[in-house]
Design a protein around this ligand. Structure first.
Ligand code: ADP
Ligand code: MG
Length: 303
């Protein structure tokens, strides 16, 4: 029996929580996706996501406070987008070390409110307590039309894998603070191309794609030459850096061809980066040299 989270690993711990979590008839999807899905009246479902940022882990105290506040909300908006939904209302809890300047805290909320206005989110509550490190937790509700809901578990063999933009180097470049959650892109994809599975990249392309593969019981091949890189990013960065907050989705071959042909796609940065294969084949990359290289998950580990 592992005695610490470091020994057990974050994901095995979450597996344990998932197996033992209390549920009701209202839960459509509980633990295990980007956001929880709860029954609602009419044609919509309710979404609920939460994320926590801790000083010196998710941001530095020398980062602009407005950017920290923006990120705390934006990573939740990204999770709502990854379900095919749009965000609605947030509650924000902060743990604050004694002596923290009020000006700094106010600026965090300025950044958050600016992002909230951009994405039509209401900031409706929260909690303020004392803590050893600055901690910010945001919980965000959202809505999704039943027909647009996309989970991590629907990928099918033969699906093409798309990403909504270039990857890698997010931390070094500061994009981990200034990224744009892909709500509009997700809506465009859901309405026109019915993705089978979708996730946002918080832990790295390989690690997050692996969540789709695990939940859908499939494997995948990525095409090295098709993976779009950010300015100054390396292939390793694109595969393993966290916090790109682009979306990965899988589309049937027909829909994928349509998307690649559509003139509309020119407004966006979508790239087809791979294909879903049978589970037994695992996760590989077809390299430029024509080899197959096994890809191992080594995304960001909290413990
Ligand atoms: P994401 O990167 O999309 O935010 P995570 O990898 O953080 O997702 O979490 C995976 C899943 O586990 C999510 O459904 C999340 O809600 C759930 N989860 C993580 N920590 C906890 C916890 N302490 N209690 C309940 N569920 C949790
Ligand atoms: Mg996510």
């Amino acid at each position: 029996m592992p005695t610490s989270l470091k020994q057990m690993g974050e994901f095995d711990f979450i597996k344990h929580l998932r197996k033992n979590a209390a549920v009701t008839n209202d839960v459509v999807l509980g633990i295990g996706d980007d956001a929880a899905v709860i029954k609602s009246s009419g044609n919509d479902l309710e979404l609920l996501a939460t994320d926590m940022l801790v000083a010196n882990i998710h941001f530095n105290k020398k980062d602009l406070p407005q950017a920290i506040g923006r990120k705390a909300l934006a990573c939740n908006i990204s999770d709502i987008a990854a379900m095919g939904g749009w965000p609605k209302a947030a509650v924000v809890s902060i743990g604050v070390p004694a002596g923290t300047a009020v000006k700094f805290l106010k600026a965090i909320f300025d950044g958050m409110n600016k992002c909230a206005k951009e994405y039509k989110v209401a900031l409706v509550g929260g909690d303020t307590v004392r803590a050893k490190e600055l901690v910010i937790n945001v919980a965000l509700t959202g809505r999704v039309a039943k027909r647009n809901l996309i989970s991590r578990s629907g990928a099918e063999v033969g699906d093409q894998i798309f990403v909504t933009g270039p990857l890698g180097g997010s931390l070094k470049s500061g994009r981990h603070l200034s990224f744009k959650p892909r709500v509009i892109e997700a809506q465009f994809l859901c309405r026109n191309y019915k993705p089978h599975a979708m996730i946002d990249i918080s832990d790295g392309l390989v690690a997050d794609l692996q969540h789709i593969l695990d939940e859908s019981r499939v494997g995948a091949v990525l095409y090295e030459e098709k993976i779009p890189l950010n300015h100054k990013a390396t292939l390793q960065g694109a595969l393993y850096d966290g916090e790109d907050f682009e979306l990965i989705c899988t589309l049937s071959k027909t829909k994928a061809e349509q998307l690649l042909k559509d003139a509309d796609k020119k407004k966006y940065d979508f790239a087809c980066i791979g294909e879903i294969v049978a589970e037994g084949k695992g996760l590989h990359m077809a390299t430029r040299k024509g080899n197959r290289q096994k890809l191992n998950v080594k995304g960001y580990r909290h413990f």
